[in-house]
Design a protein around this ligand. Structure first.
Ligand SMILES: Nc1ncnc2c1ncn2[C@@H]1O[C@H](COP(=O)(O)OP(=O)(O)O)[C@@H](O)[C@H]1O
Ligand SMILES: [Mg+2]
Length: 302
């Protein structure tokens, strides 16, 4: 049987950190490397990926798929001016898509693995709703974008933490005792003083024994965020990814990878402000080169 595409999700905390920009540039580089790539706008509340690709009003969007006007995701892919790169556009401000029903979400998640491509790059929406987290957790590569400011580091950490709890609570759906523990540890004022995943696993061990705890620990460690610091302006900024790494190892018991950074690039920002296609970006631009390095690293590892 043919192997499906490798799914890369690009997410992380608040809006404005560069998720759409970085996912577009990553998809662009994958395509340039000769890999058949589909870039999918999974920002259901504020789809704008087509603009970054220089498309004003897409002829087909995810909304057409959800409304059953097309049978497969393949049918709503749009060719772009870049060879090997196709686009699945989001649905603009269509309400039903801003908050898709669970069955719609599941259908999209299942069917994106059937796309005829080597890679699917998902541009996720902001925030930590289940819709965002479930797409993130379904991906083979879980990329987290953050900006170097402390508030953005906090947001990215909160995003990763919520992803861990989301995975746990899905595992716990059949186990009331686990559900209760998860609920307690997500409540910051809980009497059990479960402040971290480490505390949580200790509590599982106390209540259910060592095996139950280590089983859960293995599940949690399947989450392996790969962190990119975007819009870096100085050498100190480059440490933001390391901060996430350290804090997540200490409190969440997972091991994020620091993929490196992308500089703040005025030319890039200019293109986006003028709503011009990112494919017009000067290929000697620093940000472009940074994303190339990161894409190379992502394809060569694992
Ligand atoms: N490396 C960068 N250099 C300069 N500006 C950037 C860079 N990355 C993103 N931006 C700017 O930041 C803004 C938000 O980017 P966007 O990709 O839309 O973020 P998100 O998808 O996370 O909301 C855009 O105006 C974009 O031009
Ligand atoms: Mg975006």
């Amino acid at each position: 049987m043919e192997k499906g595409p490798q799914i890369w999700a690009v997410g992380g905390g608040k809006g404005g950190v560069g998720k759409s920009t970085v996912s577009t540039l990553l998809a662009f580089w994958l395509a340039r490397m000769g890999r058949k790539t589909v870039l999918m706008d999974a920002d259901f509340g504020g789809a704008n990926l087509h603009t970054l690709m220089g498309i004003k009003s897409p002829s087909r969007t995810l909304n057409d798929y959800v409304a059953k006007r097309f049978d497969s995701l393949e049918d709503i892919c749009i060719n772009t001016e870049v060879e090997n790169l196709r686009l699945i556009c989001g649905a603009g401000d269509v309400l039903s898509m801003a908050n898709p029903h669970v069955s719609q979400k599941t259908k999209i998640i299942q069917n994106m693995t059937k796309l005829s491509a080597d890679h699917v790059v998902l541009d996720l929406g902001a925030g930590t709703s289940f819709n965002v987290l479930d797409f993130f957790l379904a991906a083979d590569r879980q990329i987290v974008i953050l900006a170097p400011q402390p508030i953005s580091i906090q947001n990215a950490y909160a995003f990763v933490r919520n992803a861990v709890y989301r995975r746990l609570s899905r595992l716990a759906s059949q186990q009331p005792y686990l559900q209760a523990l998860i609920k307690a540890s997500m409540d910051t004022e809980n009497e059990l003083r479960l402040k971290t995943i480490r505390d949580f696993l200790q509590a599982v061990e106390d209540f259910r024994g060592r095996d139950a705890a280590s089983e859960l620990r293995e599940e949690i460690q399947m989450i392996r965020p790969e962190v990119i610091t975007n819009m870096v302006t100085g050498p100190k900024d480059r440490n933001a990814g390391k901060v996430i790494q350290m804090v997540a190892e200490k409190y969440l018991m997972i091991h994020p990878v620091d993929l490196g950074s992308i500089v703040y690039d005025r030319h890039l920002n200019g293109l986006i402000t003028e709503m011009k296609s990112l494919t017009g970006l000067n290929q000697s631009s620093d940000a472009f080169a940074n994303v190339y390095q990161i894409a190379m690293r992502l394809v060569s590892e694992r």
